[in-house]
Each structure stands twice: as C-alpha cells, then as structure tokens.
Design a protein around this ligand. Structure first.
Ligand code: SAH
Length: 226
C-alpha cells in the first residue's frame, strides 16, 4: 500500500509504461493489455521492498536491477507479461522456479491459492522469505533446491513459471504440470538468443509457442550457499 503521493505518481508512471509496452508488443504476445486481476495484483505489491537499499530510488523504473549474487530482479514489463500469460485462476497452485528477490512470488500470491517457489541460492531465498513473511503473505512455500527437479511433493501444478533460462524446457517440469496447465519461461542461451515461451499441456504433451525475444540469467543446476 502507498501512503506518499510521489510514490503513487511513480507507480502510475511505471504501470503506464508497462501498458504502453503491452500495446507495442501485442503483435508478438497476442495480448494488447493486461487482465484486470493481474493489474490489481501488480498495483498491490511495492517493488521497492524487493530491491537493495542502494537501488530503492530506481525501483519504479521499467528496468531489471541487480539483487546481488550475480542475479537480477526482472523488468516490471516482463513480470507483468509472464504473470498475464500464466492465466492463474483463484485457488490454483503455481510453481515458481527462481524466487530471486521474491517480487514475482508476491504478485503470484495475490492471484493463486498456493505458490511453491524454488531458489538455488540460499541467501536470496532467505532474503525473499523475510520480505514476504513481513508482508504477511501466508500462501507461499519456499524451498532451496535445484529447480530442474521441480517440486514433485506438491505436483501437479496448474501453472509453472521459470525466471532463469535453460537450453530447453525441462521434462521434469512438464511432468509436474496438470493437463490444461500453462508453463511460461525463457529458453535458450544468452549468446545464441533466448525466447520467452508459453506452453500448454494437452493430452500429456506440451504445445509450445514463442512469445518474445528476452534476456534472462541462465538456469544453473545444483544448489549454492553464498
Ligand atoms: N523472478 C525473480 C528473478 C530472479 S533472477 C525476480 O524478479 O526477482 C532468476 C533466479 O533464478 C535467480 O535468483 C537464480 O539464482 C535462480 N535460478 C537459476 N537457476 C536455478 C535453478 N536451477 N533452480 C532454482 N533457481 C534457479
């Protein structure tokens, strides 16, 4: 919630820029505007709570920012688009791979019944958990683990979002998606080019569509304790 006028102004400006980028990219994404529930979820979460102190003044810009451990909080437009493409409905179960700052987690928690989030870097996972617990979001479960394995204990999921880029969609994640479930993630390498994809599982098979060229940190196997 915002109490100060200038924060409201900055937030209006940011979400206005995101709306404009939605319109400009509709030819690729197939979506000219964000769904109303997604817009509301975005408006409810204060991005400045998820960035390091030194970047707070930049939190309302439509840019990715460093969060330490060589990782980034994603660009607001990309978070908004990925959330919209997931088509999460009330009560659904969402798996997120790459908790990072916890910003996208907070937005998903506004829309879903339960969010299960996996991060391989323990420091980031703990920081995100502290921020999200402070915001009294109680429908999130955290795990420090290699997201290539998904989270089989809580599968199947209605939707899966991955915020780091592997070379291909991991089969373990497809296996943990319900029929009719959606997966939204970057695929490819920084040098060879990455594409944001949206997959829908139909009769056990993932039907994949390319959405947009993107630039995400690589998905890395194993767990790290910085
Ligand atoms: N949505 C996050 C994005 C963070 S960047 C945000 O906006 O803050 C991507 C995150 O994916 C990083 O924190 C990185 O450590 C994590 N990641 C990379 N490979 C992973 C893996 N195999 N399993 C789990 N997390 C992984």
């Amino acid at each position: 919630m915002f109490t100060r006028n200038h924060e409201l102004e900055q937030s209006d400006r940011l979400w206005g820029a995101v709306d404009a980028e939605m319109r400009e990219t509709q030819r690729y994404t197939g979506r000219c505007k964000l769904k109303e529930d997604v817009k509301q979820a975005l408006r409810k979460v204060d991005r400045s709570s998820f960035v390091p102190h030194s970047y707070k003044s930049m939190a309302w810009q439509n840019h990715p920012l460093s969060i330490g451990c060589e990782q980034t909080i994603s660009q607001p437009f990309i978070v908004a688009l990925m959330t919209d493409l997931l088509d999460v409905k009330t009560g659904q179960r969402v798996l997120e791979i790459g908790t990072g700052s916890g910003y996208q987690t907070a937005i998903l928690a506004q829309l879903a019944g339960q969010v299960y989030t996996v991060e391989r870097i323990a420091t980031l996972a703990q920081r995100a958990k502290d921020v999200l617990t402070g915001l009294s979001l109680s429908n999130i479960q955290f795990k420090v683990a290699d997201g290539y394995d998904g989270w089989s204990e809580y599968a199947p999921f209605d939707a899966i979002v991955v915020t780091a880029a592997p070379d291909d969609v991991p089969q373990s994640l497809v296996d943990q998606l319900i029929d009719g479930g959606r997966i939204v993630m970057p695929v490819g390498s920084l040098l060879g080019g990455q594409s944001l994809i949206r997959g829908v599982k139909e009769k056990g098979e993932l039907i994949v569509k390319d959405v947009l060229p993107v630039s995400f940190v690589p998905m890395v196997g194993g767990v790290e304790c910085f």
